[in-house]
Design a protein. Sequence first.
Length: 443
Amino acid sequence: MLDETTLIWLVAGLLVLVFMLPYYLKHRKAERKAEAALEKVQAQGGAEPASLHPVVNPNICIGAANCMAVCPEKDVLGLIAGQAVTINATHCVGHGLCERSCPVEAIQLVLGTAKRGVDIPRIQENFETNEDGIYVVGELGGMGLIRNAFEQARQCVEGIVQEKKRTPDDAYDVLIVGCGPAGLAASLNCLHHNLRFVTIEKEDIGGTVRYYPRRKLVMTFPIHVPGYGKLTFKQISKEDLIATWEDIIAQTNVDAHIRTGEMFEGAERGRDGLFVVRTSQSTYTTRRIVLAIGRRGIPRKLGVSGENSPNVAYSLLEPDQYQQCRVTVVGGGDSAIEAALALSEQPGNDVRLSYRKAKFSRLKPLNQERIEDAIMNGRINFLRETNLTEITEASVTYRGAEGESHTLPNDYVFIFAGGTLPTAMLKDLGITIDTKFGEPLRA
Ligand SMILES: Cc1cc2nc3c(=O)[nH]c(=O)nc-3n(C[C@H](O)[C@H](O)[C@H](O)COP(=O)(O)OP(=O)(O)OC[C@H]3O[C@@H](n4cnc5c(N)ncnc54)[C@H](O)[C@@H]3O)c2cc1C
Ligand code: SF4
């Protein structure tokens, strides 16, 4: 017979077990999921993030798990062995919600890693660089997020307005490069203050936001839009955000000052300290340049006939948009391989991979394994030692190793031939760059 004390302990133990078991099982399931995700990232060669991302200090972390609860992005952080761990830092978009949610300040957002430095232009409080009259706003300056891009661009133009420097009648007060969130906000504020300005955008208005996956939920903060008012939403779908911007553009007519499909190529300082700016289509004289070009860089083109056709792209966002079609992927790096594999998994696709070399080199181990398997099993037709020479809306023509020419029926072309990061362009403009190796943006 159990005595009364033992019985009380037994019942108490049972109650604890009943209440704690579901919590423990849920916790273990989350841990197993995090372990599997981390294993997958490591098997692919690890994630070397090109922008802000969280680093957890294991000596401080108490496993409160608030960071995971608040992070809206997939698999950035996970809980392993009772502590927060960065799983895939490349998925972080830099909200900083994790950093702010941690009760013991164990998380810090940093730029770059010990292995991979990130180049950041040095800027002053008014967003001017070491080059008089050249400003940097938005993600290019190291701070991501739509709200930051808007606010920095607004403040930058407010500062310019205070300068009251006279510009000759045949020159612009401001030339803005890029029309993502930062360039759009700079343009709207220039319009609001009646500045003479022009905005050069190599693609279309909207910047990186246009490249988000369909229906992505965008997290943001209230934004003050110059000349329009306040946007108060904190969450909005990508499509609704773009629709809101289109409404702002229609109401303000700011697009009369925006030249889309035109690329900034460089600038020289000429008479009276004014800049002569070269673009893909024209030259402009301006007193100031506001660089709002983000950090995505410019994809390298092949320079072949038909490359400007609408069926040619330099990134693959949503493979499921391409089914029952003939696709040619160009390149031999991880991005090309991942795109070719993703497309080959869609129903009915005929996928070819054109690469100028005979073998792949320096691929992530898992990509190497998967592409070899896909080629061997005929899911991807590897056109080794080939170079595309012509693209049309219904075909691709390529030259083989012996110089022979082949034409194949084709629907879409995805080109992954590397790209130029903005750093070289910034250096050409004389802007000082700091390289961050896992350090906070501002020390
Ligand atoms: C997948 C993903 C999800 C994200 N989710 C969120 C989120 O939920 N909330 C949030 O606040 N932020 C999010 N972000 C971050 C946010 O999109 C960026 O911080 C923001 O777009 C930066 O704005 P920007 O204007 O500085 O640069 P960008 O948006 O990159 O715009 C730069 C523009 O400059 C143009 N350009 C570049 N070079 C030239 C040139 N030489 N000549 C002419 N034009 C040029 C480009 O074509 C582009 O249109 C996310 C980012 C990604 C990648
Ligand atoms: S900064 Fe934002 S996206 Fe990055 S881990 Fe923290 S909450 Fe997630």
